[in-house]
Write a protein that binds this ligand. Structure first.
Ligand code: ACO
Length: 519
């Protein structure tokens, strides 16, 4: 075994984690209730059965590159961080439009003016897990001997579309960008990552000419829940080992998470997942329902399930019903707030779980969040899954990093509400157009530019060699308070630089175009 953890820890930067977050979702959506009617399925199947309210989608004006350009520029403008101060840029996506050229290299266009080409990292792919893998790469870099003192930037983005049929209502689209560095308000808890990876054909994209996956829906649910069980067991083992080392005599349970966020293919699965964690707590301590201590009240009436085997229960209605009922309050407190973006915009694939994290931050006061442990479960089909946790910093004072992060997300609901509703017929036409013209050379998109949010990058042309060109919709064109970079309510102050070494950047380093101060 190379050096001890404590010896290494002496050299790690402090409190490495997420410093700032930015979300982007398309400017149009459909109502799931209207889609039920349009698809001819029983009313309630998508809205109650899957728990979805609305679904965002992209016209042919947007692709994976434009989504990433939009979210990165928005993060950089609003945080006031200079492009020269970024030493690593990672992209997690499963929306592949080129088998060789990374999306990361397309985003490098934003860095050109700064002269900073010294930026490590490329793209990472495994279904919805790529964003988490990218985030881990970024955190690992900051904690490694390769770190040069600059920020890492992580982008998770996808366009989630399914062929017509039962999976279509579980689509969505969007992007999340995260700035990673030391002294963060969301601190990665060291040694608390529990991973389970396994081979399965539950959801995959073997047809390079199509945006659509091949999906075995039921198998994907089974894989997701089995991965959750495995990761939770492993997470508990790891935290117990840490507690034992620190002399803490305690059994980990859901209570030890202030919030738990999950990759959200659809909201009902997330609620079932929270119930599943309670089932796991119960099965490791079944006597608690029978009166020898433990959480008697929570487990009251569950005694009949003390001998069930988790692997027999993925679709067991009685178990599901009993533990959903028992966990209803825990769900309301710890997980429901995370479902804002997911219920309104759908599954964004790689950004889904980070949209959930942002939803928690957006709907709480900094004081409510301070000191909380947030459990984060990331799942990507195929399959790869990790349960890990971040600890929210204790400092929630006005002007603190946490306060800035929370206030930068305060208008999430207003931004979702400012989208334009279209009919399922228009949505279907758009998907048909994407289907027919996907990957075409010498193509000029038809989708409206005026309907995009201000500041959105969009595709202008694909030339005869498949090279893509983009433009950006002006930021101050019909500027709404929600969309305005530099809005007084947003976190516009520069983040203090973590730079220890002077980056090799020319003095002409990038200036944000919104007047926000650089550092
Ligand atoms: N009112 C209320 N609820 C209803 C109604 C109604 N009228 N009709 C059906 N329901 C309920 C069903 O009982 C079911 O609930 P349950 O899951 O609690 O049993 C729910 O609505 C969905 O109905 P199903 O018949 O199970 O749906 P179907 O099999 O047609 O499709 C599925 C669901 C499999 C999730 C599909 O949308 C899909 O394949 N999605 C993509 C794969 C996916 O998201 N997998 C999850 C993990 S992997 C990933 O992230 C991609």
């Amino acid at each position: 075994m190379p050096g001890s953890v404590s010896a290494m820890a002496a050299n790690w930067p402090k409190d490495v984690g997420i410093l700032a977050m930015e979300l982007y979702f398309p400017s149009q959506y459909i109502e799931q209730a209207e889609l039920e009617h349009f698809d001819g399925v029983p009313a309630g199947k998508y809205t109650i059965g899957l728990g979805q309210v609305r679904m965002g989608f992209c016209t042919d004006r947007e692709d994976i590159n434009s989504l990433c350009l939009t979210v990165v520029q928005r993060l950089m403008e609003r945080s006031g961080v200079a492009y020269a101060s970024v030493g690593r840029l990672e992209v997690g996506t499963e929306t592949i439009i080129d088998k060789s050229k990374s999306v990361k290299t397309v985003i490098m266009q934003l860095f050109e003016e700064s002269g900073n080409g010294d930026v490590e990292g490329v793209d990472t792919t495994n279904a919805c897990y790529g964003g988490t893998a990218a985030l881990f790469n970024a955190v690992n870099w900051v904690e490694s001997s390769s770190w040069d003192g600059r920020y890492a930037l992580v982008v998770a983005a996808d366009i989630a579309v399914y062929a017509a049929g039962n999976a279509r209502p579980t689509g969505g689209a969007g992007a999340v960008a995260m700035l990673v560095g030391p002294d963060a308000p969301l601190i990665f808890e060291r040694g608390l990552r529990a991973t389970h990876m396994q081979h399965a054909y539950d959801f995959y994209k073997p047809d390079m000419a199509s945006e659509y996956p091949v999906v075995d829906g039921k198998l994907s649910i089974k894989c997701y829940l089995s991965a959750l069980d495995r990761c939770y067991a492993l997470y508990r083992d790891k935290i117990h080992a840490q507690w034992q080392r620190d002399g803490v005599d305690k059994r980990f349970s859901l209570d030890d998470f202030g919030y738990v966020v999950f990759h959200s293919p659809y909201c009902k699965l997330v609620q079932k997942s929270l119930a599943r964690l309670l089932l796991n707590d119960f099965l490791t301590n079944p006597d608690a329902c029978g009166g020898d201590g433990g959480n008697t009240e929570l487990f009251a009436g569950l005694g009949a399930f003390r001998d069930v085997r988790p692997e027999d229960t993925y679709f067991d209605r009685d178990v599901e019903k009993a533990f959903m009922a028992a966990s209803i309050q825990l769900f309301e407190q710890k997980t429901k707030p995370s479902l804002l973006v997911s219920s309104q915009n759908g599954n964004m694939y790689t950004p889904s779980v980070y949209g959930c994290l942002a939803s928690v931050l957006a709907q709480h006061m900094p004081q409510e969040l301070a000191g909380q442990r947030i459990g984060i479960f990331s799942y990507g089909s195929g399959f790869a899954a990790t349960l890990y946790s971040v600890r929210v910093t204790q400092d929630s004072t006005p002007g603190s990093r946490l306060d800035k992060m929370v206030s930068s997300l305060y208008n999430l609901r207003a931004r979702l509400d400012s989208r334009r509703k279209v009919s399922p017929a228009i949505f279907t036409e758009n998907l048909k157009l994407r289907e027919e013209r996907h990957h075409e050379a010498s193509y000029t998109p038809r989708g409206s530019v005026e309907d995009l949010f201000p500041g959105t990058w969009y595709l202008t042309r694909v030339d005869d060699k498949h090279r893509r060109e983009y433009a950006r919709r002006a930021v101050n064109d019909n500027l709404s308070p929600e969309a305005a970079p530099g809005n007084a309510n947003l976190a516009t102050e520069s983040l203090p630089s973590p730079v220890k070494k002077i980056p090799r950047i020319p003095a002409t380093a990038n200036k944000p175009d919104n007047g926000v101060s650089d550092h």
